[in-house]
Design a protein around this ligand. Structure first.
Ligand code: NAI
Ligand code: ISE
Length: 337
């Protein structure tokens, strides 16, 4: 069976996902796309040589009888509306992060999915599919470093556009850590505080950069995450877990070591597309296989909601400067693993 996909949003990651679903992955093809920039969408279809219908309105893609499942890669504020429409149409949907802009928005999706009676939603949290994070989790769950006591993490982008604002450091960037660190430690957040070092001179008027986010988890682990989105030097994701008997670090991406001109060096990636290129392939192949087999297993609407509950507390902490509670209700049996 070939799963026929409709993709809404043909910008940076939309083009990447269309390419991988059309040229790399098995058992699927892209039959419909849409973007508010319709000329851009037509250009993508033509450049990739696809036989896909181009629609002016994303809802027409969802309703198309030719489309079996959806991929949503439009801007963050559009995710809730399109995901709810896909669930209402009874179609499986892979929605890029964040699932919605607020926990309340995610909750509406959770409730719609539960009312439908079967999982339809996978959130585009790709890091649990990354070989490095998987190896790190294995070390922790083997007990190789004892109980995790502290995590030191960093999420650095070389630069962001002027449209990127202080809150987006949480809702668009930290949201990856909010998901992957829950998954890694099998724990939930209890409190959060956000502190602002001196701003870099490379930031913009509407962005405090860098930021440090400090968590205490339910089990008492302390986590610090540096978010630095105008770090200039590269795209750099760090995660160090300090346990009772040792320290485990997320592996660096493979890169040739150079000995030259009295220097020992390795390159640092500069683009998120390259850093997690394999993880994106694996997450989407898993979505395609699971939809075809009739049962989703990847990051759920509940995971999207849990990350957004923490994100809302981070936003409050950005404003207050205080330690804020993260209050995640119990997970419904519908999402039990
Ligand atoms: P982008 O700005 O390059 O592309 C977004 C596209 O959505 C644009 O072409 C825009 O015209 C279109 N769009 C906006 N509103 C729309 C609407 N109502 N209907 C249809 N199309 C609409 O942005 P980018 O970087 O591709 O990000 C897209 C989404 O993917 C964002 O939600 C972002 O958070 C997420 N993302 C996830 C990444 C990951 O690592 N998982 C990496 C980059 C982005
Ligand atoms: C972007 O939307 C992503 O998801 C990237 O993975 C992240 O590094 C970046 O900060 C976000 O803006």
């Amino acid at each position: 069976m070939t799963l026929k996909l409709g993709v809404i949003g043909t910008g940076a990651i939309g083009q990447e996902h269309i390419r991988r679903c059309s040229k790399v992955l098995q058992g699927t093809k892209v039959v419909a796309v849409s973007d508010i920039n319709i000329e851009g969408a037509k250009g993508v279809v033509s450049r990739l040589g696809l036989d896909a219908e181009v629609y002016a309105n994303g809802h027409d893609v969802i309703q198309s009888s030719d489309v079996d499942a959806l991929i949503i890669t439009s801007w963050d504020p559009t995710h809730e509306e399109y995901t709810l429409a896909a669930v209402a149409a009874g179609k499986p949907v892979f929605c890029e992060k964040p699932l919605a802009l607020t926990a309340e928005g995610c909750r509406r999706i959770v409730e719609a999915e539960i009312a439908h009676g079967k999982r339809l939603v996978q959130v585009g949290f790709m890091r649990p599919y990354d070989a490095g994070y998987r190896a790190l989790k294995q070390v922790i769950s083997n007990g190789d470093i004892g109980e995790p006591l502290m995590l030191h993490c960093a999420h650095r982008n070389p630069t962001v556009p002027e449209s990127y604002t202080t809150d987006m450091a949480i809702t668009s960037t930290l949201i990856h850590e909010l998901d992957v660190l829950r998954w890694l430690t099998e724990d939930d957040y209890k409190t959060v505080q956000v502190v602002f070092p001196c701003d870099t001179k490379n930031t913009h008027a509407k962005l405090r950069d860098p930021q440090i986010v400090l968590f205490e988890t339910q089990k008492g682990t302390r986590i610090d995450v540096e978010i630095f989105v105008n770090c200039v030097y590269g795209y750099d994701i760090q995660c160090e877990v300090v346990g009772e008997t040792g320290i485990a670090r997320l592996p660096e991406p493979a890169s040739v070591q150079l000995r030259k001109e009295a220097k020992l060096s390795t390159s640092i990636l500069t683009d998120w597309k390259d850093r997690f290129i394999d993880a994106y392939d694996v997450e989407l192949q898993a979505f395609i296989n699971d939809v075809t087999a009739g049962q989703l297993h990847g990051p759920s609407a509940w995971d999207g909601y849990a990350a957004s509950v923490a994100a809302d507390a981070c936003l409050k902490a950005q404003e207050s400067g205080a330690i804020e509670a993260v209050e995640l209700p119990p997970r419904p049996a519908f999402y039990s693993k």
